[in-house]
Design a protein around this ligand. Structure first.
Ligand code: 1GP
Length: 249
């Protein structure tokens, strides 16, 4: 089954998925094996691999090592068009629809499309919505865009709806890595209810409780990076919290 179909099926059943973000810049290859072991034990659903700024050349090595050790699907979460690799299973083909930077709405995609056309990667178009996380994040700086204010739920809903109407197949609301304020449950709820496509939520999630509340509010996939880099024991706790959210009867 394709990765996208598995996410859609889970949404239709009310099941929640947990994606662990691996930033090749931050993870030391020496630590990767133990993180992979923890992810297998915790039944992590996906690895998202990428970052706003990859300054080392670990991307291929990271992907190879994860592939060698487990079967958890690997999804590229590219911060730029050079962050591509055939060694992953899928790619989030992100369009930064909360911003008005033409390069990140369509420009980079034109450059990348021929490469993806001949690649074995599953290409999943994804509306990427940056929401103010209370602090300037790398992604807001690097993308040269303004995030959606965290209390402007109507703007978030209209942006998500427009992305869905344009044919994007997934929506990702992100407060940005290291956000102080994660996306509110209230915003997640209204956006999720307005969409038919699955919703990914990440940025600044530090506790199993917040992960669970986001899933209950309507997030279909919860992404956590920073918190588990600091405390890998959270992998199991957050996975359990996300997976414990039961479908509404
Ligand atoms: C960032 O949503 C991801 O794009 C994860 O954010 O690193 O803050 O968990 P954190």
């Amino acid at each position: 089954m394709s990765i996208y179909r598995s996410i859609c099926e889970a949404r239709s059943l009310g099941e929640k998925k947990f994606a662990m973000l691996i930033d090749p810049d931050k993870v030391r290859l020496a630590d990767l094996d133990s993180l992979i072991d923890l992810a297998i034990k915790a039944r992590v659903d996906f690895f998202l691999v990428g970052g706003s700024l990859i300054v080392n050349s670990h991307l291929d090595q990271c992907l190879e090592e994860i592939k060698r050790r487990c079967q958890i699907p690997l999804i590229l979460f590219p911060g730029d068009s050079y962050q591509l690799s055939y060694k992953a299973d899928a790619i989030l083909f992100l369009s930064l629809i909360s911003g008005r930077n033409a390069e990140l709405l369509i420009g980079k995609h034109v450059i990348t499309a021929p490469y993806l056309k001949v690649s074995p990667l599953e290409v999943i178009s994804c509306g990427y919505m940056l929401v103010d996380g209370g602090v300037p994040t790398t992604v807001s700086y690097m993308s040269n865009t303004q995030p959606i204010p965290s209390d402007k739920e109507d703007v978030a809903v209209c942006t998500a709806l427009a992305g869905e109407m344009l044919g994007l197949r997934l929506m990702y609301m992100d407060a940005g890595s290291g956000a102080i304020l994660p996306v509110t449950e209230s915003m997640i709820e209204v956006v999720s209810q307005s969409l038919k496509i699955p919703l990914i939520v990440g940025g600044g999630i530090h506790t199993p409780e917040k992960a669970m509340r986001n899933a209950r509010a309507g997030a279909d996939v919860i992404v956590v990076g920073n918190a588990i880099e600091k405390d890998p024991s959270l992998i199991q706790e957050i996975a359990d919290a996300v997976h414990s959210v039961c479908p509404v009867p």
